[in-house]
Design a protein around this ligand. Structure first.
Ligand code: MOS
Length: 710
């Protein structure tokens, strides 16, 4: 009877608000009486503050307070580790002592009537330091084994993994490749800057914050201030991109709340673009060695993948750099070893497809090098090493559509027209290259809850404290609710982004649709069943009209045992066509096509949009992005969007993301695997593999800037 709403390419329900500027972002929630704050940051990477002279700044007009470690209240800093925080180490404490751990660490907070007054005063603080030699050069570190095994979604991620005898298999291999791949630090750079407005009423705090997890922001700030989380309300209805930079609750949120407490006024604190490079994490610099050994017929017999990533001195951020190498291909002899380079830097964090994007770049570059050594088509090489099951976990895949993805993408892309010889294809003076790579990202499903309220007028309100940093959560959840309730989409209002709503998990790891979506579905089913039972009729609108009062239901969903029975991942294939100017070394991506098996697709329009966004991010990774770190002092000289290049419209190729039919009953009630991260995976190696095909030059250090091709 009802028209299916799930699977329809609906436009965003919040689209009008966004394009007319009525969607309110964190910094736009101005509250009466608010003052403004500016952070003063250290200019050394390591040492102590020997003196801070605040007198001149305090005498400027409009200054309300200048907080430093000398006069700032001591904070509770109770133990709290959300799923987004590193297992090992302790978060940065702000304005609590004279220690400096990294370049750009907050050392003072200036509070003033206006932003201009705060910024002006921040610039004239006279601070002297007693620096000590820190480690700020990633090439001069002694990488160490992670302290303890990390977990991914409750699952162990050992730092070292071994099966078979990889060294012996490598040395005995008929064909081999053994190379090092380097990815520099990358910065998220969302359009919306991080911002917090903090307002206290007695011991109750309201935070309007840019966050991917309102519940964790409340928990973290509660722990920092030593107050109950129930005293804190976090509001975050819109997030203008984040890519992982708003997963954790960073020190600026603490500073906003601290400033508001001291000033006894609401405080607005917004980071500048430059500050973002020192305060909300980044994708860590990685150095990876991948050695592959294969028989002459292209069967892998050895995979050795070692990876080192940077982290701070005070926290062990460790990402899933090597996970994919353990199961992506069939191979009896595998070794992965993860190491950390501890440096005097601010802690890195998850950035879109954290770990996988970097690790798969190395693995898929190596696979292309192996295909060249074997004189074998790169798609054929991958098909020959397709595993029957996850050989690391020794479990069947819940679903795996790699072969369909390779074939479909290859066909749509016109792969058969590729002449395998490097430098053999041209368009005028441009060298043309075609390359491909595999993509994968785990299916993540976390406990979530939702509420559905049916109103006597036949409409419904549905809610969960989820976030929407851009993928379209507002819309996709409305679709799930409308379909489950059997109501037209216009009769359903979904709300998110407020700790007053039922708890949601972190908006990250590609898990929102699977988790919150399943909770929304469960809550709507419950409300519908109850209304039909109470109303005593088969039609929901009639039933609720008869009941004459709202019918409300709450539901929680929790992952079951599926993870012990299945290995659950999205898979895909990415194909790229590049042109390279042989004289200038400039690379243009001409075409990009991703084919994915990601379970059920709730909204194909939004899914495609999210996916091509991730693929454009992959172009940045391949060709442009590089947060340069001055090895002498940890400074990032290009901490701005003029010198930290990201792809813009004119860099965007003809691109598309297509989805193969996949029905996976095992992953979660909705059958969704998630697409947010996988769209970033495999793009950079597809591009660098295409560059090799175009030029005959293998670039193993990103980004591939023109100088590397000359
Ligand atoms: Mo994503 S890096 O989990 O926001």
């Amino acid at each position: 009877m009802t028209i299916p709403v799930i699977g329809q390419p609906l436009s965003r329900v919040d689209g009008r608000q966004k394009v007319t500027g009525t969607a309110t972002y964190a910094a736009e929630f101005d509250v009466p009486g608010q003052a403004h704050a500016a952070i003063v940051r250290s200019t050394i990477a390591s040492g102590r503050i020997s003196n801070i002279d605040t007198a001149a700044a305090e005498h400027l007009p409009g200054i309300i307070a200048v907080l430093t470690y000398r006069n700032a209240p001591k904070l509770a800093y109770r133990e709290h580790k959300g799923a987004v925080d590193p297992n090992i180490g302790e978060r940065l404490h702000v304005l609590q002592d004279d220690q400096v751990n990294h370049q750009g660490q907050p050392v003072a907070l200036v509070i003033a009537e206006t932003l201009e007054q705060a910024v002006a005063a921040a610039q004239i603080l006279n601070i002297t330091y007693a620096p000590i030699n820190g480690v700020t050069d990633v090439n001069h570190t002694e990488p160490v084994q992670p302290t303890r095994e990390k977990t991914d979604q409750g699952e162990e991620r050992p730092s070292d993994v071994r099966r078979g005898d990889p060294e012996a298999a490598l040395s005995a291999a008929e064909i081999k490749t053994d190379q090092t791949y380097v990815i520099p630090r990358e910065q998220h750079n969302p359009m919306e800057m991080h911002a917090t407005i903090a307002a206290w009423e007695g011991d109750r705090l309201t935070l309007w914050d840019k966050t991917q997890w309102v519940n964790n922001t409340a928990d973290e700030i509660a722990a920092v201030f030593g107050i109950p989380a129930g005293n804190i309300r976090v509001i975050s209805p819109f997030v203008g991109g984040a890519f992982g930079s708003s997963l954790r609750t960073w020190p600026h949120v603490t500073l906003a709340a601290l400033g508001a407490r001291v000033a006894r006024r609401p405080i607005k604190l917004m980071l500048s673009r430059r500050e973002m490079f020192y305060s909300v994490g980044y994708r860590p610099h990685t150095i990876q060695r991948v050695a592959l050994g294969a028989s002459r017929d292209g069967r892998l017999n050895a995979i050795l993948h070692d990876g080192t990533q940077e982290t701070s001195t005070y926290e062990e951020y460790s990402e899933a750099l090597l996970n994919a190498s353990r199961f992506l291909y069939s191979c009896p002899n595998v070794q992965t070893r993860h190491r950390l380079a501890r440096m005097n830097v601010n802690t890195p964090t998850f950035m879109r497809a954290p770990g996988e994007a970097s690790g798969v770049f190395a693995l898929e570059s190596a696979m292309d090098e192996l295909a060249v050594a074997l004189r074998m088509d790169p798609v054929e090489l991958r098909l020959r090493n397709e595993p029957e099951r996850d050989e690391f976990k020794n479990l069947p895949f819940s679903s795996r559509s790699t072969q369909q993805c390779y074939r479909l993408a290859a066909e749509c892309f016109g792969w058969s027209r590729r002449n395998p010889e490097p430098r053999s294809m041209r368009d005028g003076r441009w060298l043309i290259g075609l390359g491909m790579a595999t993509a994968t990202y785990p299916m993540n499903y976390a406990p979530a809850s939702a509420m559905a309220r049916l109103l006597p007028d036949g409409s419904a309100e549905v809610a969960s404290a989820a976030s929407d940093m851009g993928p379209g959560t507002w819309t996709s959840m409305t679709q799930v609710a409308a379909e489950t309730l059997g109501l037209p989409i216009e009769r359903v209002r979904f709300t998110l982004g407020d700790t007053r709503l039922p708890k949601a998990p972190v908006h990250g790891g590609s898990l929102t649709m699977a988790s919150v979506g399943s909770a929304v579905q469960a809550a709507c089913r419950k409300a519908r069943d109850e209304a039909l039972a109470r109303g005593g009729v088969n039609d929901l609108v009639q039933a609720i009209h008869r009941i004459g009062e709202p019918v409300e239901a709450f539901a929680d969903v929790t992952p079951g045992e599926e993870g012990q029975r299945f290995s659950m991942h999205s898979f895909g294939a990415v194909f790229a066509e590049v042109s390279v100017d042989p004289d200038l070394g400039e690379t243009r991506v001409r075409r990009l096509l991703g084919a994915y098996g990601a379970g059920r697709i709730i909204n194909p329009k939004l899914t495609r949009s999210q996916s091509i966004g991730g693929m454009i991010g992959g172009i940045g990774m391949a060709l442009m992005e590089h947060a340069v770190v001055d090895p002498r002092n940890g400074r990032v000289p290009n901490a701005n969007l003029a010198e930290y290049a990201v792809p813009v419209h004119s860099d965007s190729p003809v691109l598309d993301a297509i989805f193969v039919e996949e029905h996976d009953p095992h992953v979660n009630p909705l059958g969704v695997k998630g697409v947010g991260e996988i769209a970033m995976v495999g793009v950079a190696p597809a591009i660098t593999n295409a560059i090799y095909h175009a030029t005959g030059k293998r670039i193993r250090e990103l980004p591939v800037t023109p100088d590397k091709l000359l």
